[in-house]
Ligand binder design. Structure first.
Ligand code: SF4
Length: 441
């Protein structure tokens, strides 16, 4: 289904036959009289199972690619972590490029993955006991049209805040003994700065005892309309090292169209307000926002660069179920996206940024990717650990996914907390016990 979705080919009649036994298998896909067959007879039994799926995707991709006379930038690769596959390949091969080429990945994207792996040098680490802490604050000033996240304008959820903060405190007290080597803390959302300074202070107070090694501490402050001097000073006082000023676009027309209640000028003001505090700053941009022209996106990239944040993340619009935009837009073609992505890669490289993490999502416009770019020496430990699933993630709050990595067994176990706040509040005790059991196992 993932490959079919890449081509928006859901209405096409595709016949599939699978024939396999022992170390032999054969996948045949047909559209009318056109067919593609992938056959392998030389596999070791262990490789056999994992390769059936990959080659089925590859053969279907090749058939659809010929049928539509269209190649996709990531070929038949539908997974959300291309670098993870590259690292796996590098465990036994000298180069991952031949595998990626075979899967139909473009030379540009093979080059991108190489640069990302180089950008992770010195940070990427797979060691038992490594852990990151995520604190979820699912509160926002208003809801953006492309957002599928379970978040509501804070006016509608403010009544839950006292109980929510108490639940976070309980989770954080319980989390402390479970963490061996804390690598980073990330307070995300939502928009953490949607909270008042006094509420934020409560969150920081609860985190402080866990972060006694002075590790990286990010607050995804968020949208500029909620930035205040007081909240920034509070961040500094509690040892925050990294904040996010999420512009998404520097076009006022686009910002209005996507339901943001701030202007591009306010983004610049937030940068100016944060400048004296010397945080590492990340700025998010989105390529492919409906109605935004390529020129507007190019101007956003240039504006972001001119503000000199240490990190710039370029997202590709992702139309998830639940977002207003998904409901409004039936199908989104590639449009100017390839040009926008090529432009951002070129401009950021010329400005001295290097890609250091990348991930993809289902329903991503044009089957592209999100890329985190950094000035040398400012890559975020949290982003690398999360994208590569190379460290445990203890996640507290609603709509947060805790992950325990069993490195030796190549296994990951997850505990997802309820997305809506009242259900989370009812279940917080049970969640604490579940996490204790997972981390003590
Ligand atoms: S600020 Fe972020 S989390 Fe909040 S509604 Fe907008 S996209 Fe969603």
């Amino acid at each position: 289904m993932d490959v079919v979705r890449l081509f928006s080919a859901e209405d096409l009649e595709i016949a599939h036959e699978f024939d396999g036994e022992g170390a032999y298998f054969c996948n045949t896909f047909r559209i009318g009289v056109q067919e593609y067959v992938y056959r392998d007879t030389s596999l070791a039994p262990i490789a056999y199972k994992s390769l059936i799926k990959r080659t089925a995707k590859l053969s279907l991709y090749k058939l659809l690619s010929e049928f539509y006379r269209k190649k996709l930038p990531w070929g038949s690769l539908t997974g959300i972590r291309p670098t993870r596959l590259a690292y796996q390949e590098l465990e036994w091969a000298e180069d991952f490029a031949p595998l990626f080429r075979e899967l139909g990945v473009s030379e540009e994207n093979i080059g991108l993955v190489k640069r990302v792996i180089a950008g992770q040098r010195g940070i990427y680490s797979r060691k038992d006991g490594n852990c990151d802490l995520f604190v979820s604050l699912p509160f926002c000033p208003t809801k953006c049209v492309y957002c599928s996240f379970v978040t509501a304008p804070i006016e509608k959820t403010r009544q839950y805040l006292p109980d929510y903060l108490a639940a976070l405190r309980a989770e954080l007290v319980a989390a402390k003994p479970l963490i061996k080597n804390l690598r980073s803390v990330y307070v995300g959302g939502g928009t953490p700065f949607a909270l008042s300074a006094a509420e934020l202070k409560e969150v920081f107070e609860a985190i402080a005892p866990l972060r006694n090694n002075g590790c990286e501490f990010t607050v995804e402050a968020g949208r500029p309309d909620v930035f205040t001097e007081e909240k920034l000073r509070l961040c500094k006082d509690y040892g925050v090292t990294r904040i996010c000023i999420n512009a998404q676009s520097f076009s006022d027309r686009t910002l209005r169209a996507i339901g943001r209640s701030h202007t591009a000028a306010q983004v610049e003001e937030a940068f100016a307000l944060a400048a004296p505090y010397n945080f590492t700053v990340n700025c998010d941009l989105i390529a492919g926002l409906t109605g935004e022209s390529a020129e507007e996106f190019y101007a956003s990239v240039e504006k972001a660069i001119s503000l000199k944040p240490e990190n710039i993340t370029v997202h590709t619009l992702c139309l998830k179920k639940g977002s207003r935009l998904k409901e409004e837009v039936a199908a989104l073609g590639d449009g100017d996206l390839p040009d926008m992505i090529a432009y951002s890669r070129r401009a950021l490289t010329e400005a001295g940024y290097e890609p250091y993490y990348l991930y993809r999502q289902k329903y991503m416009a044009g089957a592209h990717e999100n890329v985190g770019w950094t000035k040398p020496g400012f890559a975020s430990v949290y982003n690398v650990d999360v994208m590569e699933e190379s460290a445990d993630n203890l996640a507290v709050g609603a709509n947060a996914i805790t992950k325990k990595i069993f490195t030796g067994e190549g296994r990951i176990e997850r505990i997802g907390s309820p997305k809506d706040i009242p259900t989370y509040l009812n279940k917080v005790r049970a969640l604490i016990e579940e996490k204790n059991a997972l981390f003590e196992s």
